[in-house]
Design a protein around this ligand. Structure first.
Ligand SMILES: [Zn+2]
Length: 496
């Protein structure tokens, strides 16, 4: 695979040169993909082979080259984080993000722009403090997990019950945690795909109730993050029904190292680690947010929808630049390129900026209910930061795989490899795919450094490389255009 970075700096001539140097192996890959997909079809039925025509393929090349010259996506995310900033669901920032998005999409010239109300229960963070009281007094940098209940005003001062991971807590049938602050020390592994986050995140969502079942007074965990900054990573937790809700926090990785030394090193054995924890918060606040939608109506099949999304809300600690201002900017800029191309897409192209992905998926759920009977040709989402796209994946019926291979061929010059037909298209789109069995396409971003900043005060604009955004927009424009023009339906099939 060629180095994608090299493609970001050149004008289109260098891009073409790079691409043609790659041609032999690149064509081989595409031929193999086509062959495999034809074999897959042969195994299913004898539907005739239909492919994208030369006009659509040439248009994809133009979109790709235009995207590589445009900083629209960076300008959009810069505007969002500068003029709005943090925007947790139901907050004043959220309301101004919705107003920002509606105004921006209208100004970009999308023919149909609307905001659809999403009722939700908001959660509001208050002041939070923690420090070790024994065996050595030490400050602890931490933050409340989203949805956490407050401590009593005077706080909680208790011994820490240390567990290496969630499995260790779940396996504990003793009363060791009773009357203590349960602490989970699980580290997050760095990976391109985010698999380390996937492994660690259950401790955040399930940990507090598992601790409460064992009589704990509060819950703390090592931040789910790959950094060594003295900043804590927030994120939603949830409480099981019928289980007492206890305060839940994440401590920064360096503070987690301190707690680990005190808990594990032989020289400190027999000296209980105690922490004082106080936090304020308020949950269950009735509020309304909005899914913001922009559409380019389809020319020949307007009733079929190509849905590309991102989420408009962010956590409150940072600016929401990589999560998910970048995604908002990427899908919007890609749709804008299609709009400006002057060509009419066959199907309706719909950009959806979802409400409250972070703390309850209210926007997705509302969209899923409202549009459940509308035919979705495919769904996709950009919500994994601003790293380069390195892989393209699908989840479509076998008959559509030759078209998927044609799209892969147009993405290859951007340094994007073809993946499998088991796409996971992001949190909101993935929810819709699983709920309704809608087909999905995925452009996998390199998330190696995403969890250094995710859900922290460090989620700021400086983490975004404008040139990498260009490559993302190019990939999305190519994919959205070609997939939307497909002569073959991508569904339906049982994709649940
Ligand atoms: Zn996100």
């Amino acid at each position: 695979m060629q180095e994608p970075q090299a493609l970001l700096f050149p004008a289109s001539s260098r891009l073409v040169a790079e691409a043609s140097r790659q041609r032999p192996s690149f064509d081989r890959t595409v031929r193999q993909l086509l062959l495999l997909s034809l074999m897959a079809i042969g195994a299913v039925n004898a539907e005739p082979l239909r492919l994208l025509g030369p006009a659509d393929l040439e248009q994809a090349v133009r979109l790709r080259e235009q995207a590589l010259q445009s900083d629209l996506a960076f300008e959009l995310v810069e505007s969002l984080v500068t003029e709005v900033g943090p925007r947790s669901a139901g907050s004043a920032g959220d309301a101004s993000a919705v107003a920002w998005a509606v105004a921006k999409l209208k100004a970009l010239g999308f023919p149909e722009v609307r905001a659809e109300a999403v009722p939700l229960r908001a959660w509001q963070r208050g002041d939070a403090h923690a420090h070790l009281t024994a065996p050595f007094p030490q400050p602890v940098v931490m933050t409340a997990l989203g949805n956490s209940v407050a401590t009593p005003k005077e706080g909680i001062n208790a011994e820490i019950a240390y567990y290496s991971d969630l499995a260790a807590l779940k396996a504990d049938s003793s009363d060791r945690a009773s009357g203590k602050i349960v602490y989970i020390d699980q580290k997050t592994e760095r990976s391109r795909t985010g698999s380390g986050y996937g492994k660690a995140v259950a401790a955040r969502t399930e940990g507090p109730s598992e601790a409460a079942k064992r009589g704990a007074l509060a819950f703390a965990l090592r931040s789910i993050g790959t950094d060594h900054d003295r900043l804590a990573h927030t994120g939603a937790t949830s409480y099981q029904e019928g289980i007492r809700a206890i305060p839940a926090v994440a401590v920064s990785n360096p503070d987690a190292d301190l707690i680990a030394r005190l808990s594990l090193q032989p020289r400190y054995q027999g000296r209980p680690v105690k922490m004082h924890l106080s936090l304020a918060s308020e949950g269950g606040i009735a509020a309304t947010s909005h899914n913001v939608i922009a559409e380019i109506p389809g020319s020949s099949a307007p009733e079929e929808v190509v849905m590309i999304g991102a989420h408009l809300d962010s956590w409150d600690l940072g600016q929401g630049a990589i999560d998910d201002g970048a995604g908002v900017a990427i899908v919007t800029a890609a749709a804008k390129l299609v709009l400006d191309s002057g060509l009419k897409p066959r199907r309706t192209l719909r950009v959806v900026l979802f409400a409250n992905e972070e703390n309850g998926f209210d926007g997705t759920k509302s969209y899923a209910a409202k549009y459940r009977n509308q035919r979705h040709h495919f769904v996709g989402e950009s919500d994994f930061g601003a790293g380069l796209v390195w892989r393209f994946q699908s989840r479509v019926r076998a008959e559509a795989l030759p078209v998927v291979a044609q799209i892969a061929a147009q993405l290859a010059p951007l340094g994007i490899a073809a993946g499998d037909n088991q796409a996971n298209p992001g949190p909101d789109a993935g929810y819709l795919m699983r709920l309704h069995g809608w087909p999905a396409l995925e452009l996998s971003q390199d998330g190696s450094d995403y969890f250094d900043w995710h859900h922290t005060a460090n989620d700021t604009l400086d983490k975004i490389d404008p040139l990498k955004l260009r490559q993302n927009v190019a990939a999305w424009a190519v994919m959205v255009w070609l997939a939307g023009q497909s002569p073959v339906a991508f569904g339906s099939m049982d994709l649940k």
